[in-house]
Write a protein that binds this ligand. Structure first.
Ligand code: HEC
Length: 107
């Protein structure tokens, strides 16, 4: 007797369809974060002297710090300019990406 693969196929398709948007969102967040990697490292691991570690830090802490650069409450020639170049939604995505890089370096 031929095994009925239909239920398994349905389940696989359903899983693929529901997983795809999350994976796409993650790709997008990573892509946006690439502009930060030159200085902060691929996982935000503080790889250059004088650049703070941002990988694996608490999401809201990162977001709040990024906003302070954006509003001018905190000033730095480079970071203030960079934060002007991302919108608020992108900031959330980027903060999400770096906060998820657990165990990235030690500060
Ligand atoms: C050209 C180099 C450079 C790039 C690119 C860059 N940063 Fe920075 N970043 C710095 C430097 C330098 C500091 C330290 C600023 C200071 O001393 O106030 C910093 C500080 C920060 C801080 C504060 C960390 C803390 O503990 O105070 C955050 C958060 C941050 N960057 C996020 C980002 C994000 C997100 C991006 C990409 C959108 C980015 N940076 C791109 C150089 C860079």
């Amino acid at each position: 007797m031929k095994p009925n693969l239909f239920p398994a196929l349905c389940l696989t398709t359903l899983l693929a369809v529901t997983a795809a948007p999350a994976a796409l969102a993650q790709d997008h967040a990573r892509q946006l974060s690439e502009r930060c990697m030159l200085c902060h490292g691929e996982r935000g691991e503080n790889h250059l002297l004088g650049i703070p570690r941002i990988g694996g830090r608490e999401f809201y802490d990162l977001l709040a710090t990024m906003s302070r650069f954006r509003t001018g409450e905190r000033l730095h020639p480079v970071m203030s300019a960079i934060m002007q170049s991302v919108d608020e939604v992108e900031m959330v995505e980027v903060a999400g990406y770096f906060s998820e890089q657990a165990g990235a370096g030690i500060n």
